[in-house]
Design a protein around this ligand. Structure first.
Ligand SMILES: [Zn+2]
Length: 497
């Protein structure tokens, strides 16, 4: 008892110490021959002779080392009275600042911003984009520290958009509860356009974009509201105060975040059905990720290893099942037909079966090796979890529905993971915990299905799709059988409703 009181007091002191430190960043875009962001860190409450600062080497959601530190230059520091302090590179992604006993100091540096991409920093005359993991140094051991951020937009820029919480009464100032939150909140600024916003469950959903193109914006946002509503209805909870879609301009690629997503976006082709459906799938995917991977997550994906990357064998679940859910969400929102969902799955099976690597690499290994192989199964010995993952999602869904006479589905597994690990335990889950949850809801062993995850055993598509009265032909086309029993008909109807 005494020991625990003493321990609590130490914790109290540590809390007081940590809280006494103040970390505030200001960022100013600078147009020069090569555009860059000028970054200033104001730090007060330091109590050591030297402090090490790190820059992440990657950003969560994009499983590749980005080596952001290579774009940092002109690092220098001053004490509270403006005298220079020594700051030296101490590693590939780190710098050491010698405070000489000063409790207050500033650190200034520049970040080159030349790549218009959702995982990179970019700056042009009319807009800028910050991928925060690639811009803001964190003090060693201080990843959980609150941060204040102020942007100084260039003259003529109309807006700054981010999922960060604004500071009341201070223009372009925001707070993050921790560096993790800061790194999970990209920032778009410049001459931007705000599309008509909507609410779901009383929560504001905004879409702010650079050059989104000409299209019926009210109709588009109504459709997006339908997509968000369907996803929220599946999970039965909206875990954020507000959500922002950041359209960084025409181009491909998207990254999911806690209460925002940054997407390459051009709505000018929305009047063409095929392009509209592609975009709706893409946006549904990034949006559904705020559940699946941000909150329903493998245990390896948080706390993150910002230096080396966080490897997991579960991206077939975090990415693959998110592809599967983009099909279900867009279908349930009424934008696609049942046949289109089956065609999308056929394409996935075809892509997987066509890669020579499907006889060599399990999808769990593809997940772990993505840092090396890339996510799309390039070369002749790897596969993509974007191909096999959604197919496994459909097969697991159908197995659960079959086992439980259509009483439960994959939705119940996702909700159970969300409840138990995100809401109750505040952590990710292990492979064994995922399996226990899925088998608990399926009411029995899923050993064969897990073989498809962990080995290269050829999936028995016919049997699994047969649970919904579907046939799979030699070209992997999936079509309803001429006759099916009552359970199969009920599963098909409910599954692709
Ligand atoms: Zn994804």
């Amino acid at each position: 008892m005494i020991r625990s009181i003493a321990y609590l007091c130490v914790l109290c002191l540590m809390t007081v110490f940590v809280q006494a430190q103040q970390i505030a960043y200001t960022v100013t875009p600078v147009q020069a021959d090569s555009p860059y962001f000028k970054v200033e860190l104001s730090y007060s409450g330091s109590h050591t002779d030297s402090l090490e600062f790190h820059l992440p080497a990657w950003t969560p959601g994009y499983y590749q080392l980005m080596h952001y530190a290579a774009a940092v230059r002109n690092m220098h520091a001053q004490d509270g009275t403006g005298h220079s302090l020594t700051c030296r590179r101490s590693g590939e992604n780190s710098w050491r600042l010698y405070t000489r006993g000063n409790t207050v100091f500033t650190l200034q540096y520049e970040v080159r911003a030349t790549r218009p991409f959702v995982a990179a920093n970019f700056l042009a005359a009319d807009r800028g984009f910050i991928s925060p993991a690639g811009m803001f140094l964190y003090p060693a051991g201080g990843i959980g520290h609150p941060v204040k951020l102020t942007i100084h937009p260039a003259a003529g820029w109309t807006q700054v958009a981010t999922g960060l919480e604004p500071v009341k009464g201070q223009a372009y100032s925001y707070t993050a509860a921790s560096f993790d939150e800061l790194y999970d909140s990209p920032i778009l600024m410049g001459q931007l356009e705000t599309l008509p916003s909507f609410e779901v469950d009383g929560k504001l959903h905004s879409f702010v974009a650079y050059q989104p193109g000409n299209f019926d914006k009210a109709a588009f946002m109504q459709d997006l509201q339908g997509i968000v509503s369907v996803a929220a209805a599946i999970m039965r909870d909206l875990p954020y105060k507000h959500y922002t879609f950041l359209g960084i301009g025409p181009g491909r690629g998207g990254i999911e975040h806690l209460n925002s997503t940054a997407v390459g976006f051009d709505g000018s082709q929305l009047d063409k059905r095929e392009e509209r459906i592609r975009l709706y799938h893409f946006l549904a995917h990034e949006y559904f990720h705020h559940y699946n991977v941000k909150r329903i997550r493998p245990i390896e994906l948080g706390p993150f290893d910002y230096e080396h990357g966080s490897k997991t064998r579960l991206l077939w679940l975090s990415e693959g099942f998110t592809v599967y859910y983009e099909y279900l969400v867009v279908r349930r929102a009424g934008f696609t037909t049942r046949e289109e969902v089956l065609q999308a799955l056929q394409k996935n099976i075809h892509a997987y079966e066509s890669k020579p690597g499907h006889l060599l690499q399990s999808v769990a290994d593809a997940s772990y090796n993505t840092w090396h192989d890339g996510p799309f199964g390039a070369g002749d010995s790897s596969i993509s979890y974007y191909d096999k993952g959604p197919v496994l999602g459909a097969m697991l869904d159908l197995q659960i529905r079959h086992n439980t006479r259509n009483r439960y589905s994959l939705d119940d597994v996702m909700r159970a993971l969300y409840r138990e690990f995100y809401q109750q335990k505040g952590r990710g889950f292990t492979e064994a915990e995922f399996r226990a949850t899925a088998e608990g809801i399926a009411g029995g062993s899923l050993a064969e299905w897990f073989d498809y995850v962990n080995t290269v055993k050829p999936p028995d598509y016919k049997r699994y799709f047969g649970y919904a009265g579907l046939d799979v032909d030699s070209n992997f086309a999936i079509r309803p059988r001429a006759s099916m029993d009552t359970l199969q008909a009920a599963i098909l109807k409910d599954w692709l409703r």
